[in-house]
Design a protein. Structure first.
Length: 388
């Protein structure tokens, strides 16, 4: 297997020992106009930008916040308090505060979160920002992205790559008043969902551990569902080539739940699509047959070949395919797209990683397999290594 250089001692420490706060924009899939805030654990205080409005908010306190003509309207226990530019609800009593948010316009399922909440009006709706301890955020990401019932070593793998991904992209949405969203354009985060001891222990036992490249820069710790037996080079999907995101043969993903798929498409619609969007010469018999009988024994970047410059990533997006790793079979009036894998294919295959752990590999060996020549370090020591 490829080298993974490790600079750490693995020690379990309690959350908050080296805490940093992260700003996560929550409920970003909708425009929240009105919601209820409720304390679940601990005691909170409420502040505006100028003063403390209420220094003791408990589970018995009912708070309603609503967008109103560019302001934030506040009601406590049925009494209107006023309109504000910004409000912050902060845990003041214990190490761990938990609160719930229940959107009323639009109506959404209730969610609970750790730590604090910042609210301000923006774009004719309310922006909600969860100010959360970084390691608690990672717990929430694992609960949302992976779910319950996996092995501790797999959760360790995911904790490290989720932590690295968050730090690499931490200023992606700074212009909107937070670091990351809670959606798939960052990492799915639904707050405090449940308490799986395997997830919590895995995050604690890998606390602060991240992956960096030879220049001590955070790696682009990409992951996806299933590779279909071969991962993608990063430059074939998104950005420039990176030495640690190379295409590799991945036998561990083969046979997984998301390993293969197929989709039937109208032949005439397929040909018209190629002609209209890419000026593909469908009247040319040789070119037409190539587009109707495209095969991939190994992953390609372009449909047919590089001459026509038709990115498979575009095909996947436009036709809502599970991956770019597919072959086309001509059935007469229709085409069957038979594909392998699920996701963009760059970096770590989640199903492959789970399979590796099932057959006896540990979390370090999994990281070493999917990421080429990276360093696993304690994030607190990164500046030391850069300076050195």
């Amino acid at each position: 297997m490829k080298n993974l250089i490790v600079f750490f001692t693995l020690v379990a420490v309690p959350f908050g020992a080296y805490s940093i706060d992260f700003k996560i924009g929550i409920l970003r899939n909708v425009q929240v106009k009105k919601f209820a805030f409720k304390v679940c654990e601990s005691t909170y205080c409420l502040k505006s930008s100028k003063k403390i409005l209420k220094n003791k908010i408990t589970s018995k306190t009912n708070i309603i916040l609503q967008y109103s003509s560019g302001k934030l309207s506040l009601t406590i226990d049925g009494k209107f308090i006023g309109n504000f530019d910004t409000l912050k609800l902060s845990n003041i009593e214990s190490d761990t505060g938990i609160f719930s948010v229940s959107s009323q316009i639009p109506i959404l399922k209730n969610r609970s979160y750790y730590d604090d909440l910042l609210i301000f009006p923006q774009k004719k709706s309310l922006t909600l920002v969860n100010l959360v301890d970084f390691e608690k955020y990672i717990v929430g990401v694992l609960e949302s992205e992976v779910g319950e019932g996996k092995s501790k070593d797999f959760y360790k793998v995911h904790a490290i790559i989720s932590r690295t991904y968050a730090l690499k992209n931490q200023y992606k949405f700074i212009h909107e008043g937070f670091y990351l969203t809670d959606l798939v354009n960052c990492q799915v985060y639904k707050g405090n969902m449940y308490k799986d001891s395997n997830i919590i222990n895995a995050v604690q036992e890998t606390e602060n551990l991240i992956l960096v490249d030879e220049n001590m820069e955070y790696i682009q710790a990409s992951y996806f569902s299933n590779s279909g037996g071969q991962t993608n080079n990063v430059e074939d999907v998104w950005s420039k080539a990176l030495p640690y995101l190379r295409s590799i043969h991945d036998p561990y993903s083969m046979g997984g739940t998301s390993y293969d798929w197929q989709k039937t498409i109208s032949k005439s619609k397929w040909l018209q699509y190629l002609k209209k969007k890419y000026q593909y010469p469908i009247s040319n018999v040789e070119a037409k047959n190539a587009a109707l009988n495209f095969k991939q024994k190994i992953r390609h970047k372009f449909l047919v070949d590089w001459v026509y410059q038709i990115p498979l990533t575009d095909i996947r997006k436009d036709w809502k395919l599970k991956s770019t790793y597919f072959s086309i079979f001509d059935n007469g009036e229709t085409l069957t797209f038979k594909g392998k894998g699920f996701g963009h294919g760059v970096g770590l295959s989640q199903e492959g990683a789970m399979r590796m752990i099932e057959i006896g590999y540990d979390f370090l060996e999994v990281l070493r397999f999917y990421y080429t020549d990276v360093h696993l370090i304690d994030m607190k020591m990164r500046e030391f290594y850069i300076i050195d």
